[in-house]
Design a protein around this ligand. Structure first.
Ligand SMILES: Nc1ncnc2c1ncn2[C@@H]1O[C@H](COP(=O)(O)OP(=O)(O)O)[C@@H](O)[C@H]1O
Ligand SMILES: [Mg+2]
Length: 378
């Protein structure tokens, strides 16, 4: 158990075209916290994790585990355990020997090894597999063995790099729940890398959303969802993704409104206050699918759109709409909402739950406290 702190950590892969894979990352992970690093492929997640493990040198900055700066500490002396996507099991060893290997190398007495392996195997429900070799196991079973090998060592922190990516959807969801339970039992600090925002949201105490080597936001799943720091975070987290509309802030009917050029939309009071008198500025209006209503009251404004496809989900349905200027918009509404494919509807918005962003891929969320400040790192 330990805190893990990254302070201004950067990584440049040298070469003809040097890559800044990780750019000034500061994240302070609390003792026993489950922190998820999430972002699209190539955003620097694995590099960040590998620097914590010591598998990759740090170009600048400081990494500490507990009270120790570990920048120059060898991987084997950092007392962390890593679980990889490809499991990295020894094919010629039994499950038992795979799990015992790290302890044996550390010259742990045989009886203690036996006790630890047996307990971990029991925790993971793989006691009956201990004498098998990896090739005689299913993907899910191999994954359990890889996790078992990490937990027998009771390290100061677990590092996971996309450990569930090779499993089918059903198993992934099952293992996700098991990892969460395991973390509650073991109470060990964990850093978990995934490109899957849903996995991040369900597993993390906090999630750090990365893009281009930069942490865009690090906060609780609820905060990231409800108060995205910028447009990138808003669009990355949530399925189906947030809808965005380009337009301008205008004075209309004695208040600030958002003019899309084909319909007026209301701006939340807090955002209007933050905007002050920025009339005429180009901004982006963001609304999650569940914030849209169909067949809205024309008096409240809204956007006229054509219904293209309806997908029934159970108690809800996703209604895909054609935006007036092209592009797809999606509304999630109760399944009983009267609407048919091919018809036109007036789409309304729950103005208390929309966001306004500066233009650009990582345009800042105008309605947040400290609007305009650099994205928070911890
Ligand atoms: N050994 C390496 N040499 C050069 N560039 C690398 C190396 N490893 C990763 N990169 C580059 O660094 C960036 C981040 O990679 P990585 O951390 O693996 O991303 P992620 O895990 O988020 O997909 C990418 O642009 C990748 O191509
Ligand atoms: Mg990776």
């Amino acid at each position: 158990m330990a805190t893990v702190r990254l302070d201004d950590v950067s990584k440049v892969y040298p070469g003809k075209q040097a890559v800044k894979a990780v750019d000034n990352v500061t994240i302070h992970i609390a003792d026993r916290e489950f922190l998820v690093l999430v972002g699209p492929s190539g955003c620097g997640k694995s590099t960040t994790l590998r620097m914590v493990a010591g598998l990759e040198d740090i170009s600048s900055g400081t990494i500490s585990i507990g009270d120790n700066v570990v920048n120059d500490v060898a991987p084997k002396d950092r007392d962390v355990a890593m679980v990889f996507q490809n499991y990295a099991l020894y094919p010629h060893m039994t499950v038992y020997k795979n799990m015992a290997f790290g302890l044996k190398m550390r010259k742990v007495p045989k009886a203690e090894i036996h006790e630890k392996v047996t307990r971990a195997a029991k925790m993971l429900g793989i006691e009956h597999l201990l004498q098998r070799k990896p090739k005689a196991l299913s993907g899910g079973e191999r994954q359990r063995v890889a996790v078992g090998r990490a937990i027998v060592r009771t390290p100061r922190a677990f590092l996971f790099d996309e450990p569930l990516s090779n499993l089918d959807a059903r198993l992934r969801i099952q293992m996700r729940a098991e990892l969460k339970k395991l973390h509650r039992e073991l109470q060990t600090t964990a850093i978990y890398v995934t490109h899957d925002q849903e996995e991040a949201m369900t597993l993390g105490d906090r999630i750090a959303v990365m893009k281009g080597g930069i942490v865009q936001q690090c906060a609780s799943p609820v905060d990231v969802y409800e108060r995205p720091a910028n447009r990138f975070v808003a669009g990355f987290v949530g399925i189906p993704p947030m809808n965005f509309f380009e337009g301008r802030v205008v004075q209309a009917d004695g208040r600030l409104r958002f003019d899309t050029g084909y319909g007026m939309l209301d701006i939340p009071q807090g955002v209007a206050t933050a905007l002050g008198n920025r009339t005429g500025d180009a901004l982006v209006y963001g609304a999650r699918p569940e914030v849209l209503t169909l067949n809205a009251d024309p008096a409240g404004g809204g956007l006229d759109m054509k219904v293209t496809v309806i997908e029934i989900l159970g108690s809800d349905k996703d209604v895909y709409l054609e935006a007036p200027r092209g592009g797809q918009v999606v509304a999630r509404v109760p399944v009983a909402t009267p609407v048919t494919e091919g018809s036109r509807v007036l789409v309304g918005f729950d103005a208390a739950r929309v966001h306004l962003f500066e233009t650009g891929e990582t345009g800042v969320n105008v309605g947040l406290n400290g609007y305009g400040a650099a994205p928070s790192a911890n």
